[in-house]
Design a protein around this ligand. Structure first.
Ligand code: ACO
Length: 472
């Protein structure tokens, strides 16, 4: 297996060299978002919570100006070159790479959790074929909650948590008047709180690491079933001899992947596993911070990821490339798009102002697959993407820090693996479950409900007028 996939490892190592060489050419520094945080913290907050510090984390770090992505201290390029999704999930959840024994045990736990027959049976009773794949995935996650927990039964209801409060007065905060540049958020020192063990005891089955394993493994099986049901086929049982990545390709396409395909899917899973306080991670954490449960929290992550400004962009990119259709038409299309001030899908990022390291890996993987097995259509779309990249970087790279992001090339990679466009964002979710659940577990150690404020800009003192007297 290793020798067969050696060329993929070489591509990744070369991508790392290219990334590092480019950063050396244009070294830029950004405010280091590195800890530890001493609360209360002052930060300059822009619209969309840009710059706001929501919590401290040891899970992952994105350096936007250097184009660096770190999981638990390890460079993403090194993890892609040498690791697997199973190992990376363990790393994100538990803080260290697993030893041989831990790896064996974790893999067998994932293997055990990969089968969710009751969930799939129930899912088949819904009109999945008429649903958006992400809506179906979210539904499946909810059904899995019913299969895997007894949380809605009276005996498992949690005790109240007296120390947790949503009372606005417990969140001292001063906002500057509208128009001024920053707001100061002040967090109280934490007084004890709900440590995981306590939570475990009170919450029974749905809390602790068990749901995280079930979700990391089970959501992939649900994604496979969703695609099969969508095209009128019966869902497939996971194959115990295949890895997580191998199973994913198998359960979606019905074809056991070659070692190269399995390795490439594994790399895409590693690349998408975690990425700081992005919208879907934040959504997941907000739900978890209310001490709801992991399944509902992950369902919220799936919902947030679906949007075209976030994970949904990978499908939009392929649609965009199909619309342009030919590298020769890229220039005209690009000019028109800029003129209309429309965004180019798969470009730009709130944090990266340099080339996204994930796109650095996915670009060469796309090229490799296109050259080795691409259809005429995908070859044309890849050439169109390369042309668009050149044009967009020349116009927007230096001036606005806009470069390809993770979604620009992932769709071409997925297409070459036989994954339909409707499933692209679901694949992103399958991977990101590892990051969502890891961050929730970490946050719950010192949980405080997320509860920001809005600045009221409306009027005061209006007199109530009965409906009959209101002017039409
Ligand atoms: N194409 C052209 N211009 C862009 C793009 C783009 N893709 N992205 C940002 N810009 C420009 C904006 O027009 C704006 O210009 P202005 O200052 O002249 O008005 C400036 O860059 C800042 O843009 P914002 O939208 O304010 O940036 P923000 O940080 O809020 O948004 C986002 C980041 C949502 C990712 C944005 O770049 C975008 O919409 N990209 C396209 C969708 C996409 O690919 N999303 C996937 C992101 S990766 C992920 O979530 C997994």
């Amino acid at each position: 297996m290793v020798s067969k996939t050696k060329e993929i490892t070489t591509l990744i190592k070369n991508a790392k060299k290219e990334a590092r060489a480019e950063v050396k050419k244009t070294p830029q520094e950004e405010a280091p978002y590195t800890g530890p945080v001493k609360w209360p913290v002052n930060c300059i907050v822009g619209p969309g919570l840009e710059g706001a510090i929501a919590c401290e984390s040891k899970i992952g770090y994105v350096n936007g100006s250097k184009g660096e992505l770190i999981y638990r201290g390890y460079d993403i390029f090194d993890l892609c070159a040498h690791s697997s999704f199973e190992e990376v999930s363990y790393l994100l959840l538990h803080g260290e790479l697993p030893t041989g024994k831990q790896h064996e045990r974790f893999s067998s736990q994932l293997l055990h959790c990969r089968r969710v027959p009751q969930t799939i049976r129930t899912l088949m009773g819904f009109p999945v074929e008429k649903m958006n794949a992400m809506a179906a995935l979210r539904l499946g996650t909810n059904l899995m909650r019913q299969e895997s927990t007894y949380v809605d039964q009276e005996a498992y209801r949690p005790d109240r948590f007296p120390s947790i409060s949503a009372d606005e007065d417990s969140i001292p905060m001063e906002t500057r008047p509208r128009g001024e540049k920053h707001a100061i958020y002040e967090f109280k020192e934490k007084k004890g709180g709900s440590k995981p063990k306590e939570v475990d005891k009170k919450y029974g089955p749905p809390v602790g690491f068990t749901p995280t394993y079930r979700l990391i493994s089970g959501v992939a099986t649900i994604a496979g079933a969703v695609e099969r049901i969508r095209r009128g086929a019966l869902p497939l049982e996971p194959d115990p001899d295949l890895s997580h990545a191998g199973n994913l390709v198998y359960m979606i396409t019905g074809r056991r992947p070659t070692p190269i395909e399995e390795r490439i899917m594994d790399v895409t899973l590693i690349l998408h596993a975690d990425h700081g306080m992005n919208a879907s991670t934040f959504a997941t954490m907000v739900v978890a911070s209310t001490l709801s449960d992991m399944y509902l929290a992950v369902g919220s992550g799936i919902a947030a990821l679906n949007g075209p400004l976030h994970g949904g962009a990978n499908a939009e990119v392929l649609k965009m490339l199909r619309e342009i259709d030919d590298p020769k038409k890229a220039k005209g299309w690009f000019e028109q798009t800029c003129e209309k001030k429309k965004k180019i899908m798969g470009f730009g990022h709130r944090v990266y102002k340099a080339y996204d390291p994930r796109a650095r890996v996915l670009g060469p993987l796309a090229e490799y697959l296109v050259e080795n097995r691409g259809s005429d259509e995908i070859k044309r779309l890849y050439a169109t993407a390369k042309e668009l990249e050149k044009l967009a970087i020349a116009r927007l790279g230096e001036t606005k820090g806009i470069f390809p992001n993770v979604d620009f090339y992932s769709g071409i990679v997925y297409s070459c693996l036989g994954i339909p466009v409707e499933m692209f964002t679901a694949l992103f979710a399958v991977s990101r479950v590892a990051g969502w659940t890891s961050r929730v577990m970490e946050y719950l150690e010192n949980n405080r409900i997320f509860r920001p404020r809005a600045v009221y800009a409306g009027s005061f003192g209006k007199k109530y007028v009965p409906v009959a007297k209101r002017e039409e």
